[in-house]
Design a protein around this ligand. Structure first.
Ligand code: ADP
Ligand code: ZN
Length: 215
């Protein structure tokens, strides 16, 4: 079983959806986006700072982001294996992560890269709805909840993220292309990269990933 993993891919590729399913395999799910949204909801100082960047589609500064990941990854529960979703997104973050995982002896075993092509990304992002309570993702056409506006898993209300519009998406995709995509080479060089096409159904994708992780 691969223990410590990173899920990468452009916004809308399905990182969060895959990650939420992989929790069942025993991974601790660490999503920097979820952590920031939680901080915003609570109105903490971190949340107030991060919100300015997030709503425009910009990246939250490395220092802040690396700080919250360091704290989280060092916690006890991550010893059983963790799944990083949305981190690292820059070379500075990737290097900091490499350093940290060495220090705490929790090295990355594999980097899963999801991609499905740009056209599909826009469709997914603009139609995406999220559970306010548990963060589960839905889509207005292709992943409808049983009851409109209500989460299947926890009964919470669904909402649209304020960065899930075409304008902020464009900015996010630009950041991805310029800052995050180069990380694929970084991890390829280290022999850790594994690509998956996420255009098809999320069930099929999940089965493929699960099989790979168990191999
Ligand atoms: P998605 O992958 O769908 O774009 P996330 O939930 O991973 O969304 O992230 C939402 C936003 O949170 C990002 O657009 C960015 O502003 C901020 N963010 C999340 N993770 C990072 C990170 N590692 N570095 C900088 N900013 C981040
Ligand atoms: Zn929910």
């Amino acid at each position: 079983m691969k223990k410590n993993i990173i899920i990468m891919g452009p916004p809308g590729a399905g990182k969060g959806t895959a990650a939420k399913k992989l929790i069942d395999l025993g991974y601790v799910h660490i999503s920097t986006g979820d952590m920031f949204r939680e901080a915003i909801k609570k109105g903490t100082a971190l949340g107030q700072l991060a919100e300015q960047y997030i709503k425009r589609g910009d990246l939250v500064p490395d220092e802040l982001t690396i700080g919250i990941v360091k704290e989280r990854l060092s916690q006890e529960d991550c010893a059983k294996g963790f799944l990083l979703d949305g981190f690292p997104r820059t070379l500075v973050q990737a290097r900091a992560l490499e350093q940290l995982t060495k220090e705490i002896n929790r090295q990355i075993d594999v980097v899963i890269n999801l991609d499905c092509g740009e056209k599909e990304l826009v469709r997914r992002i603009t139609g995406r709805r999220i559970c306010k309570q548990c963060g589960a993702p839905y889509h207005i056409d292709s992943l409808k909840p049983k009851v409109e506006g209500v989460c299947d898993l926890c009964g919470g209300p669904l909402y649209q993220r304020n960065d899930d519009n075409e304008e902020a998406f464009k900015v996010r995709l630009e950041h991805y292309t310029k800052e995050t995509k180069p990380l694929l080479d970084f991890y390829q060089e280290r022999g850790l990269l594994r690509n998956f096409n996420s255009l098809g159904s999320s069930e099929v994708l999940f089965d493929e990933i699960a099989k790979f992780l168990k191999s």
